[in-house]
Design a protein around this ligand. Structure first.
Ligand code: GLU
Length: 276
């Protein structure tokens, strides 16, 4: 997408929070970084609400996201894409992968996985971006007929990587990441699948997100190839940490943007606090 003068025609960035708690300084840094990148390129900044986990998402947190970002001075096109409205798109992607025999149903729970992965012959369980690398217990289950709706679906990573030359992604995804869940039983989709389908649907050219998600990026790039979707540029930024060097989490309410605002901070103060 590079133009003749080296600039890209139309930069689209996004901030994609989950409405499961208050936004804190780390979110502000991420949103402002994506906003600044779009602005500098004369492009567009999008907001997307990642609310596939309906057991944790709450409308008041979603409203708080809009309020906090508006207070920071950000604007975005509306209507905002909300993942809870997007199941049809996720189903279409899952159907495509299922039809190619790349998915299999999995009935293991966390305890089963840990037990199988910790079996003496397996050595120490390997940790991937989603936790313990799945030991493959259900891999030989059925892959034909209608796509099951009442089970989790995992990607057969080995098979997926064989379908093209994956050396540019990561040489060993099957061992280091394993068969990730692409549809959770309780949600009918997953973070990895939804984020890839939606970044493509929104024409996102530049994904700006924290270093903590860098390990998920090879999974996303693989899914883009399998689903024939474009791969955006990925920018993983540093993480905002507390005084003890610990990464801020949603439960770090002390760093919630709303609290800074209530205490009289300005958006410029927030920029300074996160080093922008
Ligand atoms: N929804 C994810 C989160 O809140 C971010 C997704 C992404 O940027 O890829 O952590």
């Amino acid at each position: 997408m590079a133009g003749t003068d080296g600039t890209r025609a139309c930069v689209i960035t996004r901030f994609a929070p989950s409405p499961t708690g208050p936004l804190h300084l780390g979110h502000a840094f991420s949103a402002l970084t994506a906003w600044d990148m779009a602005r500098a390129a004369g492009g567009t900044f999008l907001l997307r609400i990642e609310d596939i986990d309906q057991s944790r998402a709450r409308p008041d947190w979603e409203q708080q996201i809009y309020d906090d970002l508006a207070w920071l001075g950000l604007t975005w096109p509306t209507p905002v894409m909300r993942q809870s409205d997007r199941q049809a798109a996720y189903d279409a992607a899952l159907d495509m992968l299922w039809a190619r025999g790349l998915l299999y149903p999995c009935t293991c729970n966390r305890r089963d996985i840990l037990a199988a992965a910790s079996a003496p012959q397996e050595g120490a369980p390997l940790l991937g971006p989603d936790g313990v690398v799945y030991p493959g217990t259900c891999r030989h289950g059925t892959r034909t007929g209608l796509r099951p709706r009442d089970a989790a679906l995992r990607l057969d990573m080995q098979f997926a990587c064989q379908s093209f030359d994956n050396t540019a992604l990561s040489p060993d995804l099957a061992r280091t990441i394993g068969d990730v869940v692409l549809a959770r039983r309780d949600m009918g989709t997953s973070y990895h699948l939804s984020v890839v389908v939606d970044d493509a649907a929104q024409g996102v050219t530049d994904v700006v997100r924290g270093q903590d998600l860098a390990d998920a990026t090879p999974i996303h790039m693989l899914l883009q190839r399998l689903l024939d979707l474009p791969t955006p540029a990925y920018h993983h930024h540093r993480l905002i940490r507390d005084a003890n060097g610990k990464r801020l989490a949603k439960r770090d309410d002390a760093r919630a943007l709303g609290l800074y605002r209530d205490q009289g901070a300005t958006p410029d103060d927030i920029r300074r606090l996160v080093g922008l």
